[in-house]
Design a protein around this ligand. Structure first.
Ligand SMILES: [Zn+2]
Length: 104
């Protein structure tokens, strides 16, 4: 089990913060949960100035996609999330944004 991510989660690409917005109907501690599809429109504040340059898109999730909890047909994302970020980053979850809802 891992904590479910919300819009209040603190996410990082290794070089700067990542903001992910969500309009999911399921809220925890007042904020909508993050769904896998929400990461397609993530906003990167990446400071990587060395080639190949700043992170700009999620490439693939290798962990942390819920297998049991979905909203609007989309899996909820978990604090155990691991992802590759194009062109050269890795997702770091510093805080899930809430502590009362766990899923797997
Ligand atoms: Zn980056």
């Amino acid at each position: 089990m891992a904590q479910v991510l919300t819009t209040d989660a603190v996410l990082n690409c290794g070089h700067g913060k990542i903001a992910v917005s969500s309009s999911a109907a399921l809220h925890v501690s007042g904020n909508p949960v993050l769904l896998q599809g929400d990461f397609a429109t993530a906003k990167f504040a990446c400071a990587n100035s060395t080639p190949p340059g700043p992170c700009n898109a999620f490439a693939a999730f290798t962990a942390g996609v819920s297998t049991v909890l979905k909203v609007n047909g989309q899996p909820v994302m978990l604090a155990s999330a691991k992802a590759l970020i194009a062109p050269k980053g890795d997702l770091v979850v510093t805080s899930p944004g809430q502590t009362i809802l766990d899923a797997k």
